[in-house]
Design a protein around this ligand. Structure first.
Ligand SMILES: [Zn+2]
Length: 47
């Protein structure tokens, strides 16, 4: 299972995604976005 980060368009494994998105958001949006909103920026492949 893998997912795509909607912030930087990179693809990561599901477990790697959670860690990546937190740092990616800080990089791309600084801290405008709350941690709870992170899932909105993750699109996990269904298959
Ligand atoms: Zn990213």
């Amino acid at each position: 299972m893998s997912g795509k980060c909607n912030l930087c368009e990179e693809t990561y494994t599901k477990s790697g995604m959670t860690r990546h998105v937190k740092s990616c958001i800080k990089k791309n949006y600084l801290q405008k976005i709350k941690t709870e909103d992170i899932e909105k920026f993750i699109s996990i492949a269904k298959n």
